[in-house]
Ligand binder design. Sequence first.
Ligand code: M6R
Length: 603
Amino acid sequence: MCGIIGYTGFSEARGILLKGLKSLEYRGYDSAGIAIYSKSYDEVLVTKCKGRVAALEDKATSIEGTTGIGHTRWATHGGVSDQNSHPHKFGSVTLVHNGIIENYEAIKNQLGVEKMLKSQTDSEVVAALISTYYNQSGEPERAIIKAIKELKGTFALAIMFDDIPNTIYAVRNVSPIICCKNENGVYIASDITAIGEYSKDYFVIPELAIVKICNNSIVIKDLAGESIEPEYMTLDWDINDSGKKEFPFYMEKEIHEQPRVIEKTIESRIKNGLPDFEADGVDDSILTECESITVIACGTAMHSGLIGKHIIEKYCKIPVNVQMASEYMYNDPIINDKTLVICVSQSGETIDTLEALKYARKHGARSLSIVNVKGSTIARESENVIYTNAGPEIAVASTKAYTTQVAVFYLICARMSLLKGIMSENETKEFICELMKIPNAVQCILNRKEEIHHLSKSLLTVEHTFMIGRGLDYPTLLEASLKLKEISYIHSEAFASGELKHGTIALITKKTPVIALLTQDKLKSKQISNIREVQSRGANVIAFIKESLIGDSEYAFSLPNLTDDFMAIPSITAMQLLAYYVSADKGLDVDKPRNLAKVVTVE
Ligand code: M6R
C-alpha cells in the first residue's frame, strides 16, 4: 500500500512527481505529498496534505527544483491528516516510506525523540533514526545502513538530505521500488505504471541494497559496500494502453480488455494445439510429481483458485485445497515435498500471500505462482512463475487479472491432465479448443452490456442482495458478490443454492433481491427449484442463465453457450458489468472504493 516516486535529473521535478503520483494513487489515496530540493532555499521543501493528488496539485504550485520525492498514502500508523502525510522531515533528512515498521515505538523511545515528532507515523521515526546516525557520521550511506539494520518490518524508502543536493537514496526490504533512466534523469517508483513512459528498460531495486541516484547516474551497493549490477527487464506492454481511453473509469476499460488479454494469456502457451509452459521455464515435474495442490491467495485471486480447484480436481484427479493466504500458516497446514503450492496474485506484492509462500517453501513444498506484475516479489520468491498477460490493472476492483488467472488455471489443468495421461492428446486439444472460445463469448457479453446496465437499475437503492448458484457457479458468485460489495457498498452474500434451506432462506422476504446464476447442465433442475423457492418467498430474482438451459424458465440475461466447465469466465464478465453499473450509477468513485487500496502490503 502507499505509492512512492522519486526523480532527479535536468527537468522540473514537480510535474513528473505529480503525474507519477496520479498513476500510483490506486495504491492509496488518503493523502499525498512531495518534497523537492530548492536551490534558492538550499534545503528540501515539503508540501503535503490529506486527500487526493488533485488537492496536492492545487497546493504545490510554486515548488521548484530538479530533484524530488513523492508519496500517496494508505493510512496504517496514524490517522488521515496533513501531519501524517508523507514526506516526513526530521533534521536534514526527508523521506517517503511504503511498508510497516514494527519496532518503531522501541526506536522512538531509544532515540528519545517523542516530543520532536510531528506525526503519529512509524515513517517519521525512521527519518529521525537516519538523521541521528547522519549527524553522528556525516556519511549518508553509513547512516542509512546503520538505520535499516535496526528496522523490523517492510519498507521501501526514498531519502533526501538537505546538504546533498540533486541526490536521492533508495533502499527496500520486501516492498518494491523499481528504477529506470533516460537522457533527462533517473526515476524511481513503487511500480512501472508511474515511470514506464520514460523508459521501457527498468530494474527492480535489489532488496537491502543502497541505491544512489544523482542527475543521471545510478550507483547500487550492497550493505558491505560492494557494487551490484542491476538486472534490467523490458516493459512488454504499451504504456499508452495504461490510460482510461474513452472509458469514464479504469474498471470499465479493464472489463473491456478481457477478450484480448485472455487470448494473449492462453495463446502464448499453446504449441501444436497443446498447452506448453516451456517458454515460462516451468518444470513439468512439478505437475507430475505432486500428490496434492494448495492454492494460496487473497480476495479475488483466491476466488480464481476456487475455479482452479473445480476443474483440476475433475480433470487431473488430484486433491486441491484453496487457502486464504492470511490464514494459511496459522492452521498448521500439511506440507511435504509432494505438495505443490500455487500462489496467485495480480500485484505479486500481497504480503499475506508472500509470507504464506515463504512458509510453504520453508516446509518443503514445491511452488508455482500465477502473477501479473513482472519481477514482483512473489514472482521472484517462487520456484516457477506463469505470468498472466493482463497488462496494468489500475482499478482497485480486479477484473481482467482475475479472468486471466482463471485462464492460467485451465492451462495448468490441461497440461497436468495430459502429462498424467488422464486426457489423451486429442482430448487435450478439444479442451484447448473450448478454452479458445472464451474470448469470443466474453466479447458477446460486452456487446450486450446495455442489457446488463438496464438490469442493474433495480439494485440502485437496495441495501442487501443474495447470490445463489451451484457447482462451478458458486465460486463465480463468491467473486461476483465481492465485486458488488467493494465498489457499490451493497451488502451481498453468495450462497450455494442447496444451503438455502439450512438457514439462509430465513433472510428472504418480499422484494429481497436475489441474483441467480445457472450455467451447469447437470444442476439445471435443482437450481430452477431453488430459484422457485426464493421467488415463492417474495424475492425479486435476476437470473443469468446459459442460453441452452433456459427452456421455459424466466430469465433476465442469457449467457452464451460454452461447455459447462468453461462458463466461469463469461459468467463473471456479466457480473462484473452488473457491479460496475450499480457503482457508476450511484455516483461512486468506481476505481477507488473507500478504505481500500490496490496493493495490500500490510498483514
Ligand atoms: O494483488 P493480489 O492479487 O495479490 O491482491 C489480492 C486481493 O487483495 C485482490 O484480489 C482484491 O481482493 C481485489 N482487488 C478485489 O477486487
